[in-house]
Design a protein around this ligand. Sequence first.
Ligand SMILES: Cc1ncc(COP(=O)(O)O)c(C=O)c1O
Length: 388
Amino acid sequence: MKLFDVYPINDIEIVKAEGSRVWDENGTEYLDLYGGHAVISIGHTHPHYVERLTNQLHKVGFYSNSVKISIQQELADKLGKVSGKEDFQLFLVNSGAEANENALKLASFYNNRKKVIAFTGAFHGRTSLAVSVTNNPKIVAPVNQTDNVIFLPFNDVEALENAFKEFGNEVSSVIVEGIQGVGGIREASTEFLRKIRFVCDEYNSVFIADSVQCGYGRTGKFYSHDYAGVEADIYSMAKGMGNGFPIGAISISPKLKPWHFMLGTTFGGNHLACAAALAVLEIVEQDNLLYNAEEVGNYLITELKKLPQIKEVRGRGLMIGIELPEELAHVKKELLFKHHIFTGEAKPNTIRLLPALNLTKADADIFLEAFSLELAPKPSKGDKELVQ
Ligand SMILES: Cc1ncc(COP(=O)(O)O)c(C=O)c1O
């Protein structure tokens, strides 16, 4: 049987990982500033994480949501505390798309409406409803197409106001990333997020903060939307939540009330996933990783802004986009194959840094040095002859 070939891959097999380092089958060491796509939040194979998961596995790995699973409540208590949303409610799933799918569905149950407002550049996942609010027609199959979704220009306050004036009473929810990840590390402005809050309150629509990539402390605040001083009605999360163990969730405002069988999942909230998520939050809290993400992120952003060859540096904390001019499109590959540094990418020609939240300044420096070297103008043949 062949694998269904949907991923363009780098020919590297990772066989060992620790902290912000991974090793391939030849023993080559790499610095990981990609975190397996923003997933590795507390570093690879963190000892506390390994221990908590191993202990849980020896006790009970899975049982269905038909019985009491008190580790779910333990996770809810810890998440409420660390995220500053102790009065919110937790529903556990397995991925980011599933989190958004349930958020959109829950909003629609709440106000009995169908329309959703999403924005240009948005990525919310690949399941049916999540992909229909994702602004990329190439990944929307005909069966996912719907007239219920309205795309508005990102960060356009006037367009948002006008849309609500026109059909606000039909809008079930507005879904927005605090910082667009796939969209190229573009931050929603404070004014924009506040306006979303305002119109959602005015029209009883639900404000969904997609925090799958920009959440879980990556930007220095638990949810990046927190920077705007607004509270959403639902926060969706996944990626960094389980440090690689598949888990996602929605954190739900008390104004949204549940009823039995309204939402459901077989695997969501299983013992092992909860143990993984708890281990992550324990380390986030104990090692003050929100502070570290902000500190090391600010340092990286400040240093990167000094490099004249860069078109633009965007982002917050350890969610950083470095847009390069076309002629430097090769730099990402050089970082990987010459300097052995993993980074992510986004359009247009943007390198995405999504490392573990405990990245050290020393590791940031290793990247900065390699990166500066690759950006520096290479001596042309003529220059060489002059020197010789
Ligand atoms: C902002 C955002 N939302 C949702 C998703 C979907 O998450 P998953 O791939 O876990 O379904 C992603 C994944 O990249 C994302 O970046």
